[in-house]
Write a protein that binds this ligand. Structure first.
Ligand SMILES: Cc1ncc(COP(=O)(O)O)c(C=O)c1O
Length: 401
């Protein structure tokens, strides 16, 4: 092997022992789903029908006829593709309609969309703050937030997860430039909710901007699914920069920032992910806009989701499972050692339940888990079956990576 090949080998070293996981028949990542048979069941290649407990379509809107009709109409009217970047040839009235709908839903003056939630985070964070500024970020924030913080070159400080005392300590220190506090609304691996009332108050006290990633809270928490401010009964202006994805409860693709006209205008002309990347397809944006209409018209979907979450959580707790502090549609099932989680996932797959194990380094060592996603259309029978299957597992492989 020459030096170059050796360097390449070293670069390709992975933190996950992928081959070992495959040999143990515990590898279920990237398996092709051939079809959604219903909103909660899928046909998996070489496997057959499975109950989906790993999908993000929290409100079960992904096979909705109205969304399909409007997406198809946009496809017919605009053709396929996005036609260029937004500033030049890519903006259509579908894009503007979606941005207006997002701002209506989130109670802001304006909104700007990106090709994904990941791009929304890295582009907005890295353009709102720069190397003379300070970011104070929750330790468990999503990778796209972390990447945006690093890209910004601002001083990057982390507070202990959801620890408002620690946040206050950091805010009181001599921070340079503009200060941006940032957190997930619902944390993507633990499912717990950020302490917005206290954080919003602290940010006002210390003149810091507050940005919340609502990828797992939009459509999910709050009586009508409007997210974290509604959940806590706070005014709609409690968060300065509201970020979200269009690929979870809203079953499409893209990400957004909802904020003041000034911030959105700035992002449209200064954030590189907006300026230098092709527009979302009108087909996707028509789907997103229709999904928002449905969420506003049918609050019973959110109520049913809340009912399902409470039912599942009670069921799992009664069976002795640890679901951390989650009260949301993401329910972690803590397994401890990495191989415990992988083998529990295999047990579920053997019983036709689609769910994924999340080992280290995605979560801290010793906190490997199954990541359960509850949706509106899950039936009590499906949830009971899941609990039974989990309970019947007999796993004692306490090894970690
Ligand atoms: C908290 C959080 N933020 C951002 C993203 C990125 O969103 P998208 O999938 O639209 O890129 C995700 C996606 O997994 C997420 O969980």
């Amino acid at each position: 092997m020459n030096v170059l090949q050796k360097e390449m080998e070293a670069k390709l070293k992975m933190l996950w022992p992928v081959e070992k996981i495959k040999e143990a028949d515990c590898y279920f990542y990237n398996i092709p789903i051939e079809k959604y048979l219903s909103t909660t069941t899928v046909k998996v290649r070489d496997k057959g029908e499975m109950i989906m407990f790993g999908g993000y379509s929290y409100l079960s809107l992904h096979k909705n006829k109205k969304i399909e009709r409007n997406a198809l109409r946009a496809l017919k009217e605009y053709g396929s593709g996005g036609h260029g970047v937004r500033l030049l040839a890519g903006t259509t009235s579908v894009h503007r309609r979606l941005e207006e709908k997002i701002s209506e839903f989130k109670g802001t003056e304006d909104a700007v969309t990106y090709s994904s939630g990941y791009v929304a985070n890295i582009s907005s964070i890295s353009s709102l703050v720069g190397r003379h500024d300070t970011i104070i970020s929750d330790r468990l924030n999503h990778a796209s937030i972390v990447d945006g913080c690093l890209l910004s070159r601002a001083t990057f400080r982390k507070f202990r997860h959801n620890d408002m005392k620690h946040l206050e300590t950091l805010l009181k220190q001599n921070n340079s430039g503009r200060v941006l506090v940032i957190a997930d609304g619902v944390f993507s691996m633990d499912g717990d909710i950020f302490d917005l009332p206290r954080a919003a108050w602290l940010c006002k006290e210390h003149n810091a901007l507050l940005m919340i990633d609502e990828s797992h809270s939009i459509g999910v928490i709050g009586k009508t699914g409007r997210g974290i401010e509604e959940h806590f009964g706070l005014p709609k202006n409690s968060v300065d920069i509201k970020m979200g994805t269009l690929s979870k409860a809203i079953p499409s693709q893209g990400g957004y920032i909802a904020s003041s006209k000034k911030v959105c205008n700035f992002l449209r002309h200064q954030s590189r992910g907006f300026i230098y990347s092709g527009a979302n397809t009108p087909t996707n944006d028509a789907a997103s806009a229709t999904a928002l209409d449905i969420i506003m018209d049918e609050p019973e979907r959110v109520a049913k989701l809340h009912e399902n979450v409470a039912y599942t959580k009670a069921k799992l707790k009664a069976s002795g499972f640890d679901t951390l502090n989650s009260d949301t549609a993401i329910l972690p099932i803590i397994c401890g050692a990495d191989w415990n989680a992988l083998e529990l996932a295999k047990h579920c797959h053997d019983h036709n339940i689609y769910i994924q194990a999340i080992p280290y380094p995605v979560v801290p060592k010793g906190k490997a888990r199954l990541r359960l996603s509850i949706n509106t259309d899950h039936t009590k029978e499906q949830i009971d079956y899941l609990a039974e299957v989990l309970k019947s597992a007999n796993i004692s492989n306490n090894e970690s990576f």
